[in-house]
Design a protein around this ligand. Structure first.
Ligand code: HSE
Length: 307
């Protein structure tokens, strides 16, 4: 092998209730990937862990597509490519598996080709590939991120982000049901227009949510995680959602939301994490849905070279 680089990328939870397509948090659950370039030819992809049977081993592989985008942009000439993925982030569940694949491919390829692109350029590329910035921003930068796409100086759109860490620890209990839901299917149920009343409802909650996370005033989370832009429409795609939220709150959670586009449901807490996770799983069970859970905290680093 001529060159090898290994990258660790966190899973992410997007939206966090009202912050649709904008708020995201990097979580302490990781995929690792190794990218090697050699003088030989051909593409070899090995996958272990989550999604091992489902992730394409062909040119369609997202890690490869992201890596190739970097190589093309910087004019890096490669021969043979080997990608080894070891995944802990469940696939198509709302924990940012596609963002992790994109960001992992970009960061690995950028490193192997001499770090010619800045993190901001990688963020732009990742946002373009993913279609929205809220998962790729925390996967790349770590922490809690606020992101949006706005018109740049020459009219082209530009991705922007702010990153911060709350001043106190915050746990995230993620209940993972045993079915997948594609982001595309989960976006198809959303309306094209919303009422001013619903928009104002979300603006107020998002403002308080960010302030509460910045200041560590987590007592505001219960109402600050409420949403009227996507969760009410997605409820039918996640059986038992209100009961799982209720079970989390009854067992000490500060608040709960759909993780990204679902179907994972996430509760935020500062204690009683196991009781909350058990209660969420039991509530899914009452709707004939098998589930497990992870107790996660905020990953501060984002995508990181580990070799
Ligand atoms: N903001 C996105 C959504 C996250 O809710 O559809 C999923 O990638």
């Amino acid at each position: 092998m001529l060159k090898t680089v290994k990258v660790r990328v966190p899973g992410t939870t997007a939206n966090c209730g009202p912050g649709f397509d904008s708020v995201g948090i990097a979580c302490t659950i990781y995929n690792s990937l190794e990218l090697s370039v050699s003088e030989a030819s051909g593409l070899t992809i090995e996958v272990s862990g989550e999604g091992a049977g489902a992730i394409p081993h062909s040119e369609k592989n997202i890690v490869w597509q992201a890596a190739r985008a970097v190589f093309t942009k910087v004019g890096f000439v490669y021969g043979g490519i080997r990608i080894r993925m070891d995944n802990a982030i469940p696939l198509a569940r709302g924990l940012g598996s596609s963002a992790a694949a994109i960001v992992g491919g970009l960061v690995a390829a950028n490193s192997i080709s001499g770090n010619q692109l800045t993190r901001q350029q990688l963020f732009e590329l990742a946002t373009e590939m993913e279609g929205h910035p809220d998962n790729v921003a925390p996967a790349l930068f770590g922490g809690i991120t606020l992101s949006t796409v706005a018109a740049g100086s020459e009219g082209a759109s530009q991705a922007h982000h702010l990153r911060f860490l709350p001043p106190a620890p915050l746990s995230m209990i993620v209940a993972v049901p045993d079915f997948t839901l594609s982001t595309r299917a989960s976006r198809q149920v959303l309306p094209q227009t919303v009422s001013l009343q619903d928009a104002v409802f979300n603006v107020g909650r998002t403002a308080i949510l960010i302030g509460a996370l910045c200041k560590g005033e987590f007592q505001h989370l219960q109402y600050a995680l409420e949403d009227k832009l996507h969760q009410p429409y997605r409820q039918k795609l996640v059986p038992g959602m209100p009961e799982v939220f209720q079970a989390a709150l009854a067992n000490g959670a500060l608040g709960a939301a759909i993780s990204g586009a679902g179907p994972c449901l996430i509760a935020f807490a500062v204690s009683r994490e196991t009781a909350i996770g058990d209660a969420m799983v039991a509530a899914f069970g009452r709707h004939q849905i098998k589930a497990g859970y992870h107790v996660l905290s905020i990953d501060p680093d984002g995508a990181k070279i580990i070799n």
